[in-house]
Design a protein around this ligand. Structure first.
Ligand code: KG4
Ligand code: ZN
Length: 341
């Protein structure tokens, strides 16, 4: 049987990304164009601008990724694209492109759940995790604890009741004048913070059974603290430190509880916030105490990318699972991961 060679396309938000994954050789190429400068002045992603920019960049990126992989379009055996969740217009661009190219090349196409791809991203690394595992998925839009039995079987153990961890980091970063998205910049500022100046609470940790999160109170506390303490650079750094510690400690406490509750011995951490060094170090030391293994994607695959889309598509297509049977084009801007079961 022909070795699968999958083109991955990611356009769910403000990154246009393309990758080629080959079943036997692994990842052959991956390219990303970020729109962050385009949206910076607006303090958040402007959906219409995002769609237009995807349209401009997608075709050249596909050509570049195929060339970088040393292939021709005719070498592809399938196309995987992000079908949701995300911005409807942005998803449409990738979906229509992928379905049209698949039709033209007479190869199967498959719509991928963006969050499923995030949580499988650590499998692109050496010594990948094996099923079952607990996944902590922390991005700008989601904070989820998931029991992953096997490919396609996802049981929600906990989620945020208000802001996602990345969203809370971004909003506080904005408050500190760091721009958008500010999670990574807040991490840098926190390095110069005084660890003893402010101590923020770890929200919702009292009930040992509770695996849900709530971060909006911390965000409000950051705002009132900044108002009362003034906005000198050192105060901002001290605040960034206290805020980051509170968020990351809470993620560690709840992940450890999920591990203890399920007796599963592997923890996978994925999504943009998993790039955070403080979180990685705290989880590594917690995993030693628990006697479990913890897995992270490489930095560039923590945030949105197409390598994870191509890889997830390859897993499904190798099982002969195709989502696209007719010529209708569908996207799912809101799509629950548990709905995939
Ligand atoms: O997964 P992602 O690229 O996009 C979504 O699907 O949301 O995650 C983006 C989020 C943003 O909130 C960003 O501030 C956060 O990940 N982020 C970080 C770091 N790098 C990105 N948060 C904390 N520390 C970082 N180093
Ligand atoms: Zn994402």
């Amino acid at each position: 049987m022909k070795n699968l060679c999958i083109l991955g396309i990611e356009t769910s938000c403000d990154e246009t990304a393309v990758a080629v994954y080959q079943e036997r050789k692994g990842l052959l190429s991956h390219i990303l164009h970020t729109q962050s400068k385009l949206h910076a002045d607006y303090g958040g992603v402007v959906p219409e601008l995002a769609s237009r920019d995807h349209i401009q960049n997608l075709a050249p990126l596909v050509h570049a990724a195929i060339k970088q992989a040393g292939l021709e379009l005719s070498d592809l055996t399938g196309i995987a694209y992000t079908q949701g969740p995300g911005l409807v217009g942005a998803l449409m661009v990738g979906t229509v492109f992928a379905r049209s190219l698949g039709y033209a090349l007479s190869i199967p196409t498959i719509g991928i759940h963006h969050l499923e791809a995030h949580l499988l991203a650590p499998m692109l690394e050496n010594n990948p995790p094996e099923f079952p595992f607990i996944a902590l998925l922390v991005s700008g839009g989601h904070t989820l604890l998931i029991k992953v039995e096997e490919l396609g079987h996802y049981q929600m153990l906990g989620e945020t009741l208000d802001d996602a961890a990345g969203e809370a980091l971004d909003k506080t970063a904005k408050l500190l004048g760091l721009g958008y998205p500010g999670g990574a910049k807040l991490e840098v500022l926190a390095k110069t913070g005084n660890p003893n100046r402010f101590k923020f609470p770890r929200p919702m940790v009292k009930n040992p059974q509770d695996l849900n999160f709530s971060f909006s109170g911390l965000k409000t506390l950051a705002m009132t603290t900044l108002r009362s303490e003034g906005s000198e650079l050192q105060t901002k750094a001290d605040l960034a430190y206290a805020f980051q510690e509170a968020i990351m400690d809470t993620l560690v406490i709840k992940s450890s509880r999920a591990i203890k509750k399920t007796q599963i011995e592997s923890l996978v951490v994925a999504g943009g916030v998993s790039a955070n060094q403080t979180l990685r170090e705290k989880l590594k030391s917690a995993s030693k105490e628990l006697g479990i293994r913890v897995f992270f994607p490489r930095h560039e695959f923590c945030t949105d990318n197409a390598a994870m889309i191509a890889y997830t598509g390859c897993l499904y297509l190798s099982q002969k699972k195709y989502s696209d049977q007719n010529l209708e084009v569908e996207v799912y801007p809101r799509w629950k991961l548990s709905a995939k079961d």
